[in-house]
Design a protein around this ligand. Structure first.
Ligand SMILES: Nc1nc2c(ncn2[C@@H]2O[C@H](COP(=O)(O)OP(=O)(O)OP(=O)(O)O)[C@@H](O)[C@H]2O)c(=O)[nH]1
Ligand SMILES: [Mg+2]
Length: 420
């Protein structure tokens, strides 16, 4: 889907080796740049030295002298040596796809954890660039740049290394907190649902309609960095739904790894909703599914995956898209919805509730005594207690999950109870 540019304050031009630039334009718009024009140099792979090739570099110099821009955005990844050469030759900031994503992330990071995650990724990204600039400064190409001796540069690297290990330590502490919170939820009998999917698919919109949360929804990429959890409305059982950071194709490992704790919310959920923007053309959906598969599998089990075709109000060829999606990704079912109009939301809600339905019916009598009350309160959170009638004994009627059945039978026997 075409996105608007939010701010046209910072004029940029895109430099690309292929004509497929719609996602890069969306990223640029989301980062607050206004794309003024594109420079296309058709090549199968980037030139090792200059990305675009020597002749094209001269051409770009000419173009920039008559149509100056604040920055050039490169559709791809620039190696540090390419980055150095381009910036020093063109005299304008050169931003590659990763830097663009990092800029959006910095802009959106509001929680302490996401700020640390972004800072970590930025430092890892910048170290080799810095090394390149320092190397060139030392070899005399840029006299005056960071004009210190070896001592200062070594001290500077050491500083960055120390900063990185401090960030890693703090992120690890936060990760332990996440783990504890997950254990707590499980102990208290909460079931968890994670909303995952490509950026801008409508994950936050879906969280808002399924729960009473009011997460920021925007037509730009990576509106959500930190997770938000709400409770599924209209259910007595506590089912927690969590919104997560969006996926994007071709991201380097360090960047994905920086957001590991956020993605973990998906891996540890009892059920995953993979949201797909059904308003995209079918080949774009296929491309985004390939990225989603790489992230989700093998950690997520197909039996715990529901595919949500969102934005059905805007989607043409919905049936063909649903068929393609079902073939492309193993899942329990595919449900088409619109978070905007509410169409299909009830079916989705029911499918979620069904996952956590308690299919096994039990009736038993418990004599009064020690341990009965704590057991009953455990039952209230882990099963659906239809009735607990107090008389000479407590008469219990409930529905539970298969996995809890033998545990409950054992407890009933241990407490001197019997089947009713
Ligand atoms: N027409 C239509 N628009 C929708 C629907 N669901 C979401 N949108 C729009 O799609 C855009 C993105 O929605 P979000 O909910 O922010 O998407 P997201 O997946 O959370 O995006 P990120 O957090 O940026 O990865 C917003 O402009 C929404 O209003 C829908 O069912 N129909
Ligand atoms: Mg979001």
């Amino acid at each position: 889907m075409k996105k608007e540019n939010f701010s046209k304050d910072l004029p940029v031009a895109i430099v690309t080796l292929s004509e497929d630039i719609s996602e890069l334009e969306d990223l640029a718009g989301s980062a607050g740049y206004g794309v003024r024009f594109e420079i296309i140099q058709r090549r199968n792979r980037p030139n090792a030295k200059t990305f675009v090739g020597k002749g094209k570099l001269e051409e770009i110099k000419d173009i920039l002298s008559s149509r100056p821009v604040s920055a050039l955005i490169f559709n791809g990844e620039l190696k540090p040596s390419q980055h150095y050469l381009l910036e020093s030759q063109l005299g304008v900031e050169c931003i590659d796809r990763i830097r663009l994503v990092l800029n959006i992330f910095s802009d959106r990071a509001s929680s302490r954890e996401s700020q640390l995650q972004v800072l970590r990724a930025k430092l890892i990204y910048e170290i080799p660039l810095l090394r390149e600039w320092i190397h060139n400064a030392k070899s005399g190409e840029h006299p005056g740049f960071l004009g210190g001796g070896a001592y200062e540069t070594d001290a500077y690297y050491e500083l960055i290394r120390r900063q990185l290990s401090r960030i890693d330590a703090e992120l690890q502490r936060l990760e332990i907190n996440h783990r504890l919170r997950r254990q707590q939820r499980r102990k208290r009998g909460f079931s968890t649902v994670a909303i995952a999917g490509y950026t801008n698919a409508g994950k936050s919109s879906l969280l808002n309609v399924l729960t009473s949360e009011k997460v920021l929804v925007e037509d730009r990429l990576f509106s959500t960095l930190a997770t938000t959890t709400g409770r599924l409305e209209g259910e007595n059982k506590p089912i927690l739904v969590t919104d997560t950071i969006g996926f994007l194709g071709d991201l380097p490992h360090f960047l994905v790894e920086s957001f590991k704790s956020t993605i973990d919310e998906v891996y540890f959920a009892d059920l995953v909703l993979l949201v797909i923007d059904a308003s995209d053309p079918i080949d774009e959906i296929a491309r985004k599914i390939a990225t989603s598969r790489e992230i989700l599998f093998p950690e997520v089990d197909a039996s715990a995956l529901i595919i949500v075709l969102n934005k059905r109000d805007l989607a043409a060829d919905l049936q063909a898209k649903a068929t393609m999606v079902m073939e492309a990704i193993p899942a329990r079912e595919v449900i088409a919805v619109s978070a905007r109009t509410g169409e299909g939301i009830e079916a989705l809600h029911d499918a979620i509730a069904l996952t956590f339905q308690y299919p096994v019916e039990m009736r038993f009598l418990l004599p009064h005594g020690e341990g009965v009350e704590p057991f009953l309160s455990w039952l209230h959170t882990h099963a659906e207690v239809v009735q607990a009638k107090y008389g000479d004994a407590v008469e219990v009627h409930l529905f539970c999950q298969e996995k809890d059945h033998s545990n409950i039978v054992n407890q009933v026997v241990a407490l001197g109870g019997q089947a009713a």
